[in-house]
Ligand binder design. Structure first.
Ligand SMILES: C[S@@+](CC[C@H](N)C(=O)[O-])C[C@H]1O[C@@H](n2cnc3c(N)ncnc32)[C@H](O)[C@@H]1O
Length: 231
């Protein structure tokens, strides 16, 4: 029962415990299945990525600079960025279905503004080639990395991709948040925990807690953080 209460998926009826090996093997399958549902039924669905967009706007980067939404799923952040005039966007996710959902919402012209990468952050191939990123954005993805080696891989990717003077936005469940999402365990953070993970090279320039109310009325407390890469 505890597990269901802490799940961020609205449909948690098929809830069961999953061990770490199974998670690894079934990760892509797990997420592909999630995106077979109506998007609005997903516990992380938003009809506007306002909080992310506010932080992105704060950076003041030019609209033709590279922004990656890591683990973008079918988030409307992609649509919102395009509407705001950004034209060099990368959407990356382990789920092809999630990417397809987003693609299907976009016009032919807008599709040209996005590069699509289907890859696993924890065993990256194409993602390893990323460079010159001005903004790395992650909402509700990093907190799924509950193993140290996966966090190390994530950091290497991020650090190799984000240019000096570039920005990192990470939003995770905060310390009062659920300890599971989509039936998977999550690591919760406050801004200090995320700062510690990124290290001194990344300067915390803005953060806030935000209670997101999912479509079924449940509240998901997040922390949003914005860092600048100084080193
Ligand atoms: C809770 S959803 C958040 C999606 C999106 N960022 C949003 O805010 O709507 C987590 C996303 O991370 C993706 N994901 C999970 N593990 C991943 C991994 N190892 N590599 C790449 N993407 C992953 C999932 O497919 C899913 O789209």
């Amino acid at each position: 029962m505890q597990e269901e209460n802490n799940s961020c998926s609205i449909d948690s009826t098929s809830c069961c415990s999953i061990n770490n090996d199974q998670i690894k093997i079934n990760l892509q399958e797990h997420w592909e299945k999630s995106y077979e549902k109506d998007e609005v039924q997903l516990g992380w669905y938003q009809d506007s990525a306002k909080e992310s967009l506010e932080l992105i706007t704060k950076t003041g980067i030019s609209k033709n600079k590279k922004i990656i939404d890591i683990g973008s799923g079918s988030s409307v952040l992609i649509d919102d960025l395009i509407d705001d005039g950004y034209s060099n966007i990368i959407a990356a996710d382990i789920s092809q279905k999630a990417m397809d959902n987003t693609k299907n919402r976009l016009s032919e012209t807008d599709l040209q503004k996005v590069t699509w990468i289907v890859d696993d952050l924890t065993e990256p191939t194409e993602l390893q080639n990323l460079t010159d990123i001005s903004i790395w954005h992650d909402r509700a993805v990093f907190h799924f990395l509950t193993e140290e080696k996966d966090r190390e891989t994530y950091f290497e990717l991020l650090n190799g991709a984000v240019k000096k003077g570039g920005y990192v936005i990470i939003a995770t469940f905060n310390l009062t948040g659920a300890n599971k999402c989509s039936r998977l365990p999550v690591q919760r953070y406050d801004e200090k925990g995320i700062a510690e993970f990124l290290g001194a090279q990344f300067n915390l320039i803005n953060f806030f807690d935000f209670d997101y109310t999912i479509p079924n009325g449940d509240v998901r407390p997040y922390v949003y953080t914005l860092f600048r890469k100084e080193g």
